[in-house]
Design a protein around this ligand. Structure first.
Ligand SMILES: O=P(O)(O)O[C@@H]1[C@@H](OP(=O)(O)O)[C@H](OP(=O)(O)O)[C@H](O)[C@H](OP(=O)(O)O)[C@H]1OP(=O)(O)O
Ligand SMILES: Nc1ncnc2c1ncn2[C@@H]1O[C@H](COP(=O)(O)OP(=O)(O)OP(=O)(O)O)[C@@H](O)[C@H]1O
Length: 491
């Protein structure tokens, strides 16, 4: 990229989250990722540069190690002309969802991250002529805490995502409770994974987006977004899954197309070679905690039918979901066990503020930082060193609980080789695919007290309002017979 000759008209708004905003180049397969801040939050250009460089270093030295070279794209920090950034900011403002406009794009430093556009197959530098479908999933935390520091029994039975849903609906963030449960997606059991993916398609919230040729065609910006339209989605997807077949339109076609999509995504999620050092964590967290969440409609429906709980995770060890789960499980103590250790580090820093640098609280995220994450002992010897290791592991785990997985699918031409990229078959076509992870920014040390308070709020709200009315909730969630229909489909 020639930073000297930047033209805002060559870039389009692509998407944003709570902390960054992304624009995509119209022709080339690259994006620029800018940081966002609340208005009046003054950060120097040097601080912003350092923040971005930390993101790159953390990706390179930690996440690539855990998740594997092929899945992680760190990008590089670029310096852009300030005039270009200001014009770009004005140009895209009207496309930003209102709910995200509480923060402004950083137009003062001129720094951004340049990354491959993961909504297209990233092995090519230039946009391919072949159509590309991309599914982005933010799976969230895939396990139930196993720590003995947990004080509410409910946290050992219902996962955080399912509990948090109720608070989110009560506060107006989303309109309705999703049937998605991360434990179903991470189960490795195909039926549970189908159910999880279908639930995401029904109620995408911020957990699912679909792009066609880099354009968002499915996803939900906020609670005011219109209801998801499956027939419109199927219309977009039909040429991918039934390319030369005159499948009639209508509900039958919609169902067939959605089913193909769900099957292909499941296969891709279960694929993968065992590269990366998540294995370094295998002797540690392992598969602990209950295998199902009591609030998941899938497990509830099995119980309704008098069937046993489904089997424990069958995720293949090489797949990205497995590796992500291993990193999430670095949260060995749960926030309840971690918070006192955070307080210990805080007290130490109050006494010796100059030590903040030595403790690598704000980086550098280098090889030494990575090596310390591999110490999985939970025996507290009362030292600051022990507390610090657990705090840093918690931050890394929280990062893995909030990252997104991008799956890019490109139809293979009949009998053509796929340029050595992996291929996934569907019933009427084949796709070359790539899987990547995004949003691997290490969670800040300062967010720990917020996590502690939020955890209490989520559990208390669930206990007070939902669990008390459990019988009612259960009957409403099971009015729709399709919950069971999916379970009964042969895989
Ligand atoms: O706490 P959670 O689980 O609600 O996660 C937050 C996300 O909300 P979600 O529940 O996924 O809708 C939240 O996503 P949204 O802004 O709601 O789309 C952010 O990802 C937030 O991370 P950060 O503070 O921007 O680094 C996330 O905060 P962290 O907890 O990961 O720091
Ligand atoms: N390299 C990329 N290629 C294509 N799209 C991307 C890329 N990076 C980010 N995006 C898109 O931009 C959106 C916002 O990016 P990201 O999730 O990194 O924002 P964030 O503000 O850090 O998120 P959060 O709200 O979780 O803190 C993503 O959901 C994704 O759709």
């Amino acid at each position: 990229m020639d930073e000297g000759k930047m033209d805002e008209n060559e870039w389009r708004y692509h998407g944003e989250g709570n902390k960054s905003l992304v624009v995509a180049h119209a022709q080339r397969c690259v994006v620029l990722r800018f940081l966002k801040f609340p208005p009046n939050r003054k950060k120097t250009s040097e601080e912003i540069f350092q923040h971005l460089q930390n993101i790159v270093d953390f990706g390179k030295n930690v996440m690539k190690e855990f998740l594997g070279e092929n899945y992680v794209h760190c990008g590089e920090v670029v310096q852009l002309p300030l005039d270009f950034v200001k014009q770009l900011c004005l140009k895209i403002q009207c496309e930003r969802p209102e709910s995200r406009c509480d923060k402004d794009l950083d137009t003062l430093s001129g720094y951004a991250l340049c990354l491959p556009n993961l909504a297209r197959l990233q092995t090519y530098q230039f946009a391919e002529r072949r159509p590309i479908l991309c599914v982005e999933i933010k799976p969230k935390c895939g396990f139930i805490p196993f720590s003995s520091d947990v004080t509410h029994d409910m946290k050992h039975r219902v996962c955080r995502y399912c509990m948090h849903q109720h608070l989110k609906v009560a506060t107006g963030k989303w309109k309705q409770i999703s049937k998605y449960c991360p434990l179903d997606l991470y189960s490795g059991n195909k039926q549970r994974m189908y159910f999880a993916l279908k639930s995401l398609l029904q109620e995408a919230q911020n957990n699912l987006k679909i792009f066609k040729n880099g354009e968002l065609i499915y996803g939900c910006k906020d609670a005011r977004s219109p209801m998801a339209d499956w027939s419109e989605l199927a219309h977009h997807l039909k040429p991918f899954f039934f390319p030369s077949n005159g499948l009639a339109s209508g509900p039958h076609c919609t169902r067939a197309v959605i089913r193909e999509l769900v099957r292909v995504i499941t296969r891709v999620l279960l694929s993968g070679s065992d590269k990366g050092r998540a294995g370094a964590l295998r002797s540690g967290p392992g598969l602990r905690g209950p295998p199902v969440c009591e609030a998941s409609p899938f497990s509830r429906s099995l119980r309704c039918q008098g069937k046993n709980t489904p089997e424990r995770s069958g995720l293949p060890k090489g797949c990205l979901l497995y590796k992500t789960l291993q990193v999430q499980m670095l949260d060995l103590l749960d926030i309840e066990g971690l918070y006192p250790l955070y307080r210990r580090v805080e007290r130490y820093l109050e006494e010796f503020p100059e030590e903040r640098k030595t403790l690598q609280i704000d980086g550098p995220y280098d090889e030494a930082f990575y090596q310390r994450l591999l110490d999985l002992s939970t025996e507290d010897d009362g030292t600051v060193a022990f507390a610090l290791t657990k705090v840093q592991q918690y931050r890394v785990a929280m990062t893995a609980k909030d990252c997104s997985i991008m799956i890019a699918l490109s139809p293979c031409l009949q009998d053509a080789s796929s340029d050595q990229r992996p291929v996934v078959p569907s019933s009427r076509s084949r796709f070359a695919f790539s899987v990547s992870v995004l949003d691997l920014d290490l969670k800040p040390y300062e967010s720990i007290p917020h996590q502690y308070k939020l955890d209490g709020k989520i559990v208390n709200y669930y206990l007070k309002t939902v669990h008390a009315k459990d019988a009612t909730v259960m009957s409403t969630r099971f009015k729709e017979s399709e919950d069971c229909t999916l379970v009964l489909h042969k895989v």
